[in-house]
Design a protein around this ligand. Structure first.
Ligand code: GNR
Ligand code: NI
Length: 172
């Protein structure tokens, strides 16, 4: 298992659309193991494969708090098959946009179809933080970031800040 580097805004990889996993094989399971290790080390509650530079439709989530028993969840090829009319707001962050947090409004509940690490199909209805996190991660698979759901003013300000930061690091 390896901790992989997390890709940061404005890296264009984050804007790519991830491709479906045809078969959940040992290579996919090795990537999933690396994703958990990377996510726990960050630490974060969710991770999409694209955030470690692999544009495959794989998501890991663990909402357990520090000191609680781990609750690892894997979603291969996740799809939202239903979302509630009711909306909820959550203060979101993203490991690819470090130290920036903003409230985002999304459907309060979603029903997600996905495959597990054995390739078996499931559906799950989620609310609360899990619903928010699943939507945030499934957005990543489409090359979408939570800042795309903010006003253009806020989004442009964040992108500029990270562009400057990337340039400073490049110029070092
Ligand atoms: O660690 C994370 N926390 C978080 C908080 C609120 C809403 C979504 C998230 S996901 C984020 C990790 C991440 O960037 N996943 O893509
Ligand atoms: Ni994210």
């Amino acid at each position: 298992m390896t901790i992989r580097p997390i890709i940061i805004l404005p890296d264009p990889i984050l804007r790519e659309t991830s491709t479906a996993v045809a078969r959940v094989d040992d290579d996919a399971r090795a990537l999933i193991a690396d994703m958990f290790e990377t996510m726990y080390e960050a630490p974060g509650i969710g991770l999409a494969a694209v955030q470690v530079g692999i544009t495959k439709r794989i998501v890991t989530i663990d909402l357990a708090r520090e000191g609680e028993e781990k609750q690892p969840m894997v979603f291969v090829n996740p799809e939202i098959v239903w979302s509630s009319e009711e909306l909820s707001r959550y203060d979101e962050g993203c490991l690819s946009i470090p130290q920036y947090y903003e409230e985002v409004e999304r459907p309060a509940k979603v029903r997600v179809r996905y495959q597990d690490e054995k390739g078996e199909a499931h559906e799950l209805e989620a609310d609360g933080l899990l619903a928010t996190c699943l939507q945030h991660e499934i957005d990543h698979l489409e090359g979408k970031l939570f800042i795309d759901r903010l006003s253009k003013l806020k989004r442009d300000r964040v992108i500029k800040k990270f562009q400057k930061q990337a340039k400073r690091e490049h110029d070092l």
